[in-house]
Design a protein around this ligand. Structure first.
Ligand code: NCD
Length: 351
């Protein structure tokens, strides 16, 4: 191991390619930190496992069998940033494959209140649990925790459930799983036009999903946002280096009838420095039955949720609205990821 990097800022300032080296063990993902870690073939393997898991949960003996697969493992859910879906779907996924769980969601009720560092806290979790699933407001912090744990020689896999404005790799996986399932009859994910709408600068779900999607051939991406919330320069640079055909606009109406997928997002005003969200007329970045009626017949609408006003509830009944299905898919793909990381997915054949 190279000389130790003393702070997480120091660690996070290294290039992604350097950091990524720490997250694999014997040719297998050990820590799930970044969407860059998923190749198309790994994604397809996970989609396949998730399809099996989904199928098995329809029958009582399938449910029982799934529960036997990881009943010897325990996961710690350490979520210091608000969460409903990610927390609950990881919890449900753990229960589905038989894992026991522990949780800390409010650091004021843990020894952090007594002045214990997060680093020491995570080390405690690794002594009691076989995996840590974490969400933290600081970009790159869970990556640093994974790196530190590895250097203690008592490492357990860490999964990133959202790292500030930076990454949300399992959200990206469930987004692509939903695209994969939705486009099964229309040629799959490649060769389609995808629109991302809203606060594209600060939304980590978009950032991670776009990175994952950019691996597919001939996808076109439309980024629709007010200029102050357009995609970050580093993401644009990355997409151009991947030869993705990208367009930026602030006019949703100009693209709505030509795209195959619209990925909506809420304004991320928790990251405001001085009320900048209040300057935006978000109705221009919203879906209503009226503009949805101009979308292609086989197109889909995704949203990582929670939503505010950017999708009117009347749109929920439209067959193109996939966001409720998308959140259910999150449980199956996360269960698939648990089976993969603990290397028991091959046992599904026994069922
Ligand atoms: C997203 C998140 O937390 O980044 N939500 C989620 O995980 N489903 C999106 C958001 O909060 O807007």
């Amino acid at each position: 191991m190279e000389e130790s990097l003393k702070t997480y800022e120091e660690y996070f300032s290294q290039a992604v390619e350097v950091r990524m080296r720490h997250y694999e063990k014997e040719g297998r993902l050990q820590h799930v930190m970044l969407s860059h870690q998923f190749s198309i073939s790994l994604m397809e393997e996970l989609f396949d496992i998730a399809d099996h898991v989904k199928e098995m949960t329809r029958k009582p003996n399938g449910i029982e069998f799934l529960k036997s697969l990881l009943c010897h493992k325990k996961a710690m859910l350490y979520f210091t940033q608000p969460s409903t879906r990610t927390f609950l779907s990881f919890l449900t996924a753990c229960q589905m494959v038989g894992m026991d769980t522990g949780e800390v969601r409010d650091p004021s009720l843990s020894s952090e209140y007594k002045g214990e560092s997060q680093e020491d806290g995570v080390r405690v979790f690794s002594s009691y649990f076989d995996m840590i699933i974490m969400r933290d407001p600081k970009p790159g912090f869970c990556e640093y925790m994974a790196y530190l744990l590895d250097s203690t020689g008592r490492s357990v896999p860490i999964m990133n459930g959202g790292s500030g404005k930076d990454q949300h790799p399992t959200q990206a996986l469930l987004d692509l799983y939903t695209m994969h399932r939705s486009f099964q009859k229309t040629g799959g994910i490649p060769k389609k036009r995808y629109a991302f709408v809203g606060d594209l600068l600060r939304g980590r779900a978009v950032r991670s999903s776009v990175m994952l999607l950019s691996q597919y051939k001939d996808v076109e991406m439309e980024f629709i946002a007010p200029s102050s919330f357009q995609i970050a320069a580093d993401l644009e640079e990355y997409l151009l280096s991947q030869d993705v055909n990208i367009h930026k606009t602030d006019n949703l109406e100009s693209v709505i009838s030509s795209v195959d997928c619209i990925y909506m997002t809420r304004i991320q005003d928790e990251y405001d420095l001085s009320g900048e969200s209040n300057l935006i007329d978000y109705s221009k970045y919203s879906l209503t039955p009226d503009n949805v009626s101009r979308m292609k017949k086989n197109s889909i609408i995704l949203h990582p949720l929670p939503r505010r006003h950017e999708i009117s509830p009347e749109v929920d009944a439209d067959p193109r609205a996939m966001y409720w299905r998308q959140l259910r898919n999150g449980v199956y793909i996360r269960a698939a990821l648990l089976l993969y990381v603990f290397n028991v997915a091959h046992r599904l054949k026994e069922y």
